[in-house]
Design a protein around this ligand. Structure first.
Ligand code: SF4
Length: 328
């Protein structure tokens, strides 16, 4: 690990001004990803701006929805009564990720900013376009069982690792970002970028810009939603495929739906074609199967992850079946 400056920010202005003055700065919250990557020399910031003293660790009710501070610990989100009552899929998704110890340290903002688990990315002896632009992508021809079948490019096929962000996307979450120029809001669906020619650019954050909160609008899916995660071991593992499935049902007919995939794509992957298929149809196995097929119609599997196409389809059907029952 190379030497770096460390400052503790007392307020938002100090944090964003310090980070904007030095583009090689990183914000430090729970540190559950960043410190690991610094030890591995994957991330080498000139400066760490510790934001743990900022006032962004509360959850409050706003117009029937929630405002979740970006420094709220993942475990505190899970335990919050409003989350459990109105956004149970969020609690379920967070609980399916990491270990209790990590959830006690990791923050909402840090979860949103977590990096891929691609093993080549984390090994500085290997080329990797995301870590060292232009160096190549060994995953394309190497071991790619865990990699993406949706949203990849010929430069990068790394999977987005978060469970929480898959649920946030299904819940139409909006991120509140703060910089030295002021505040702006970005829907989480537009926050992440697919790798294209520039896999090193993962989101729309500007240098020095900080996530300060997540807005969840009033949800119509509290009664019928489910987060399904399929992984190699149930105790603590990243997803081979995951699905956030939400249904709104009126008199047996689907009036609205969200289907978002994790573990198979380069960002939380919203399946809008599948949602359109479901809307207006009665709850049925045929509709679920049709929606699942549409979700993977554009899949581009690689040598070791062809199984993810069928796995994603079956996971979607299963998640929709459970959501339709009103079980979370
Ligand atoms: Fe790097 Fe992406 Fe290729 Fe992994 S998949 S080696 S992160 S460029």
């Amino acid at each position: 690990m190379r030497p770096f400056n460390y400052i503790v920010a007392a307020d938002d202005a100090i944090a964003v001004n310090a980070a904007s003055r030095d583009p090689a700065s990183k914000f430090l919250a729970g540190g559950t990803t960043l410190i690991d990557l610094m030890k591995l020399n994957v991330s080498q910031p000139d400066q760490l701006v510790d934001i743990n003293k900022l006032a962004h660790s509360d959850i409050s009710s706003v117009n029937g929805g929630l405002l979740i501070g970006a420094l709220t610990k993942n475990s505190d989100v899970v335990m919050n009564a409003m989350v459990q009552q109105h956004f149970p899929i969020l609690a379920k998704a967070i609980l399916s990720g990491a270990s209790p110890q990590l959830r006690n340290m990791a923050t909402v903002g840090g979860n949103i900013m977590q990096r891929t688990r691609c093993p080549y990315f984390r090994d500085v002896t290997m080329p990797c376009n995301k870590r060292a632009p232009g160096s190549g992508c060994p995953a394309l021809t190497g071991h790619n069982r865990m990699h993406a079948i949706l949203g990849g490019s010929d430069r990068c096929i790394a999977v987005h690792a978060s469970d929480m962000c898959v649920a946030l996307t299904a819940l139409d979450a909006v991120l509140i970002l703060k910089s030295a120029d002021g505040e702006r809001k970005v829907p989480i669906e537009k926050f992440y970028l697919v790798p294209g020619d520039n896999p090193e650019k993962e989101n729309v954050l500007n240098p020095g810009e900080l996530i300060v909160a997540v807005e969840l609008p009033l949800s119509k899916f509290a009664l019928r939603s489910h987060y399904l995660k399929v992984r190699d071991r149930s105790s603590f593992s990243f997803a081979l495929a995951s699905v956030a499935a939400c249904l709104s049902v009126q008199h047996g007919t689907i009036s609205d739906a969200r289907i978002v995939l994790g573990g198979v794509a380069t960002k939380p992957w919203r399946c809008q074609d599948s949602e359109k298929i479901l809307i207006g149809k009665p709850v049925s196995a045929a509709a679920f199967a049709q929606a699942a097929a549409a979700a993977v119609a554009g899949a581009m599997p690689h040598k070791h992850n062809k199984f993810k196409v069928e796995l994603a389809k079956r996971s979607i059907v299963r998640a929709l079946e459970i959501a339709a029952l009103g079980v979370t």
